[in-house]
Design a protein around this ligand. Structure first.
Ligand SMILES: Nc1ncnc2c1ncn2[C@@H]1O[C@H](COP(=O)(O)OP(=O)(O)O)[C@@H](O)[C@H]1O
Ligand SMILES: [Mg+2]
Length: 271
């Protein structure tokens, strides 16, 4: 049986300001090594859900367990150390006046030794190819590079779970490819990755499991190909399947194993 990394039990969240019931009894288990995408319309509760994993939000009722421990017993520093959260908007996550200082915020907060901090800094700088901008002011960089910096500033402390909230929004093609590479690498090292996304092409290509949310509930929890084949479900959640999957379904009338990427499609149809 797989190790459960995150588990929610009847999780309810009501925002005190406005009284919105953003989560209404969510039961979810995420296993070690999952690469899971959370999809659903704006306002369906995706961000609210993942913010319970790193302690930014606390349940109104119900439970959240991280590595088997009730998060109610843990402080935000411990939770955010284990669940690294990359914000949707990099401008909300950048505070320092150089990229180097920005990357070193978490190692300082989490009391890494100077040697550990240097070793992790060198590793993420190499991974993300950002050695030439360490002395730059992050706010002078383009949007994709800022996003890369915020991802690096989380990867640097090597969290067990990496949570990316709308990671492809505003990213150019180079950024998208780098992000896919990072997700694969983090996954291959045995970590768990949670991606919130509106970008169905990206979801189909980069995740093995999809959790679909609508109106504060989980509507479905399955593989990308099963989710995108279910036209009624997609309609209910107002999700458009990836164009390449729709094209494959239209041509083949396939009822299972639908193409999830252009690469799949070319392999299947190339003569
Ligand atoms: N800080 C907040 N205060 C009050 N209501 C909020 C807050 N954040 C989100 N909400 C409301 O909670 C619901 C779920 O929001 P959210 O989790 O951000 O959805 P998603 O990430 O799926 O777009 C929405 O109705 C939203 O307006
Ligand atoms: Mg959101």
């Amino acid at each position: 049986m797989s190790d459960v990394v995150i588990k929610t039990e009847d999780l309810v969240h009501v925002y005190p300001h406005g009284g919105t019931r953003a989560l209404d009894g969510v039961n979810l288990e995420i296993n070690k090594g999952d690469v899971v995408s959370i999809i659903g319309q704006n306002g369906s509760g995706k961000t609210t859900l993942v913010r319970h994993f790193n302690g930014l939000l606390r349940p109104t009722s119900g439970k959240v367990y991280l590595m088997g421990e009730d998060t109610q017993q843990k402080n935000i520093a411990d939770l955010s150390r284990q669940c690294g959260y990359v914000f949707q908007n990099p401008n909300h996550q950048i505070f320092c006046s150089t990229v180097r200082d920005e990357l070193l915020v978490a190692p300082k907060n989490f009391k890494f030794t100077p040697e550990q901090a240097k070793q992790r800094l060198d590793a993420v700088v190499e991974l993300m190819g950002i050695g030439n901008i360490l002395d730059k002011h992050p706010m002078t960089l383009d949007y994709t590079t800022k996003k890369v910096i915020t991802i690096a500033s989380v990867l640097i402390f090597n969290p067990e779970v990496l949570i990316l909230d709308e990671p492809t929004g505003g990213l150019d093609e180079v950024g998208r490819r780098m992000l896919s590479k990072v997700i694969q690498l983090v996954h291959s090292e045995g970590h768990t990755v949670i991606i919130i996304s509106h970008d169905m092409d990206y979801v189909a290509e980069n995740s093995s499991r999809v959790v679909m949310m609508a109106k504060a509930h989980i509507l479905s929890d399955s593989t990308p190909d099963k989710i995108f084949l279910d036209a009624d479900l997609c309609k209910l959640a107002q999700i458009e399947p990836p164009q390449i999957s729709s094209l494959d379904m239209a041509i083949s009338g396939r009822q299972s194993n639908v193409c999830l990427s252009v690469e799949d499609f070319v392999k299947r149809y190339a003569r």
